[in-house]
Design a protein around this ligand. Structure first.
Ligand SMILES: *Cc1c(COP(=O)(O)O)cnc(C)c1O
Length: 392
């Protein structure tokens, strides 16, 4: 199955960490892969394919429109570009030079993260609000909706919101103050699946744009993502990604992106050119999204739990828990005597061939965890034996 990696001289890993980018994401179901192979054998016009993606994304998320991008970070970059340039082709042609445009993104300080670089890469400026002293210890508060409202000015392009169980203020509160000032809300929900209900939740709560990773729990191509939301903003994002190097009169936007027929002129390769998704990724993501949306969430959790049950017996004291931040995602925790023991076990596992990568996000507490999302069922017997040796 991994012959290609043998031929290339690349050591395979058993990915029990999760769908991390540096560990190559997860695995695709055979029908997703088959759809990608099929897509690779014929050519289409990319805006027609993105219109099909838009229909699938709209159905799955409840959004007016959607496009497939080269990842959630690419979707963030394009979403930020759309919030700044809107449907002004001159502005699109200028980005990332955003001088004179509304180019500020109001961000709650506790939600700053390494992916928000995408806002700046598009030409945006981050304006932080709030003192999150509930995290630093002395206080109990985070930013308030009032502080977000206070930071909105004529220069504001959007309010950025990092979705998460502990996000404060809540998305509905952020939407209320942003919309009162006529400003869109851009939501990073890249890793907020499961629960599957989150596909619709952020749009239902009023987000103008939301992005999801295609290569995480959705099970799509590693280098794919979704940008979903308001039709005018998604159309702006799309046109900033398309190759429009053609005589202007030839371009007729599909009905899903009809707003593009109103552009004063056609922009050139936009800021999103560096974030392109190919036809194979777009088709793969559509099929993965349909598959994810169709699977009963309880059945998905049961499928993941069965993998962990197959490992639990190997390590006495291993505990099946639920990831508090991701309802529906079970984890198998291996509780080692202390941090040093966990560090030693983790290093020993990574030194093997195939290397075994466990979720080490709680290693400070002496805990290593098995995340079932990116595991191959065929690897379970080997993984059980290895865990017995290293962690029992
Ligand atoms: C993973 C992640 C991203 C990036 O997603 P890609 O699809 O890998 O580009 C962005 N934001 C957050 C919060 C993430 O967890």
């Amino acid at each position: 199955m991994s012959d290609i990696y043998v031929r290339l001289g690349v050591r395979r890993i058993i990915n029990a960490y999760g769908t991390n980018t540096r560990l190559s994401g997860g695995l695709m179901a055979p029908d997703v892969l088959a759809a990608m192979a099929e897509a690779s054998r014929a050519c289409v016009e990319m805006h027609d394919l993105q219109a099909a993606a838009s229909r699938a994304i709209a159905t799955a998320t409840g959004a007016e429109a959607g496009i497939v991008t080269g990842g959630a970070a690419a979707a963030l970059l394009l979403g930020a570009a759309a919030c700044m340039a809107r449907l002004d082709p001159a502005a699109m042609n200028r980005l990332p030079d955003s001088a004179g445009l509304p180019n500020e993104f109001v961000v709650v300080r506790s939600q700053r993260n390494m992916y928000d670089r995408a806002l700046r890469a598009a030409g945006g400026h981050v304006v932080e609000v709030g003192i999150p002293d509930r995290f630093s210890g002395p206080g109990v508060r985070d930013a308030s909706a009032g502080e977000v409202a206070e930071a909105i000015t004529d220069r504001t392009a959007a309010v950025f919101h990092l979705a998460g169980e502990n996000a404060e203020p809540s998305l509905p509160d952020v939407v209320r103050v942003a919309h009162a000032r006529g400003v869109p809300v851009l939501v990073d929900a890249a890793a907020q699946l499961p629960p599957a209900a989150n596909l619709r939740r952020f749009i239902a709560e009023g987000a103008d744009l939301v992005c999801f990773s295609g290569g995480k729990a959705l099970g799509g191509p590693q280098a794919s993502g979704i940008l979903a939301g308001r039709r005018d903003l998604v159309a702006s994002a799309l046109v900033q990604m398309l190759d429009l190097d053609l005589p202007e009169a030839q371009f007729v936007a599909p009905a899903e992106f009809a707003a593009l027929n109103q552009l004063r002129f056609l922009p050139h390769h936009g800021i999103g050119r560096a974030a392109k998704a190919g036809k194979e990724e777009i088709v793969g993501l559509i099929v993965a999204l349909l598959r994810f949306a169709a699977e009963d969430p309880a059945a998905r959790t049961a499928r993941w739990t069965a993998r962990l049950e197959a490992l639990r017996a190997a390590v006495p004291g291993a505990v099946l828990v639920h990831d508090g931040a991701k309802p529906g995602l079970p984890l198998l925790e291996l509780r080692l005597p202390d941090r040093a023991a966990a560090v030693r076990a983790e290093a020993a596992l990574r030194a093997r061939d195939p290397a075994v990568h466990l979720d080490a996000s709680r290693i400070r507490r002496g805990v290593l965890a098995v995340n079932p999302i990116a595991l191959d069922d065929d690897d379970l017997p080997l993984l059980a034996a290895v865990l017995k040796e290293c962690c029992a």
